[in-house]
Design a protein around this ligand. Structure first.
Ligand SMILES: O=P(O)(O)OC[C@@H](O)[C@@H](O)c1c[nH]c2ccccc12
Length: 271
């Protein structure tokens, strides 16, 4: 069993436990009285490469990364540093996150918030929406094609922007053919946990212009942001570098300060 299979199995088990307590109908009912989600695509397509800053306590590859006593404080610091969106890892077993983290962050910040988890069932998408998510991660390596198509469709119907994560050309083609409009290229192979920072530049030329491109994982500082921007990234998703930095607001600001002034007018992409 790969690390990914093991994490997905755990996430499914945790979900089943919650589902027994709170049925799907209850979640659907809650969503009806919730305000609309924030426009994540517009936030990511602001001129110049944007930063999605992640609230991350630990990871399977590195173990404990940072004490995060108050995820909302951390997210507020990210926002004040200029983050276009905040990602919250809600997976508990390997990443030490909770759905309460997501709720707390969404209540505090004004930017769109990503539910970063191993979302493989409709129930989990409804949950993410009730916790305040604006974006939801869908990892192609964890899903069949049919599941991916269904979850992208459901996400759209309930106002969530799916960030569809790929790591190689086959996954990218599958994501695009399934209708993904926001693609995350993960430098980390979730089966082996190895980082390969060249994956973004190899895949980016195969992503159509009207699809939002996010470079994920392994960003160590401004140079990596510049490198991804030069290859067409609209945004970078950064966790470890920011949570291990003494001042998260300054860390986000210095990633953004390194960017060249944007030359073009913002692109328009349908959500
Ligand atoms: O901490 P990093 O290397 O900056 O990476 C952040 C983010 O890309 C990473 O947490 C991530 C990308 N895809 C995922 C899928 C599940 C869990 C975590 C992730």
């Amino acid at each position: 069993m790969s690390v990914l299979d093991e994490i997905v199995a755990g996430a499914r088990a945790d979900m089943r436990r919650r589902e027994r307590e709170t049925g799907l109908e209850v979640l659907i009912h809650r969503v009806r009285s919730m305000p609309p989600t924030r426009d994540a695509v517009a936030a990511l397509l602001r001129p110049g490469v944007q930063v999605i800053a992640e609230v991350k306590r630990r990871s399977p590859s590195k173990g404990a990364l940072a004490d995060v006593p108050d995820p909302a404080d951390l997210a507020a610091a990210y926002e004040s540093g200029g983050a276009a969106a905040v990602s919250v890892l809600t997976e508990g077993r390997r990443f030490g996150g909770t759905q309460a983290d997501l709720r707390a962050v969404r209540d505090r910040v004004g930017v769109p918030v990503l539910c970063k988890d191993f979302l493989v069932t409709p129930y989990q998408l409804w949950e993410a929406r009730t916790c305040g998510a604006d974006l939801a991660l869908l990892i192609v390596a964890a899903l069949s094609r049919g599941e991916l198509v269904d979850l992208i469709g459901l996400a759209g119907r309930i106002g969530l922007t799916p960030l569809v994560e790929v790591h190689d050309r086959r996954e990218l083609d599958l994501a695009l053919s399934a209708g993904a409009r926001v693609i995350g290229v993960n430098a980390r192979d979730l089966r082996t946990l190895r980082i390969d920072r060249s994956v973004f530049e190899r895949l980016a030329p195969h992503i159509p212009d009207d699809v939002v491109k996010v470079a994920e994982s392994g960003v160590r500082g401004p140079d990596d942001v510049l490198g991804h921007a030069a290859h067409g990234a609209d945004a970078v998703l950064v966790g470890e570098h920011l949570v291990t930095h003494g001042s998260p607001a300054d860390a986000v600001a210095s990633l953004l300060a390194a960017r060249p002034a944007p030359l073009s007018v913002p692109r328009r992409v349908s959500r």
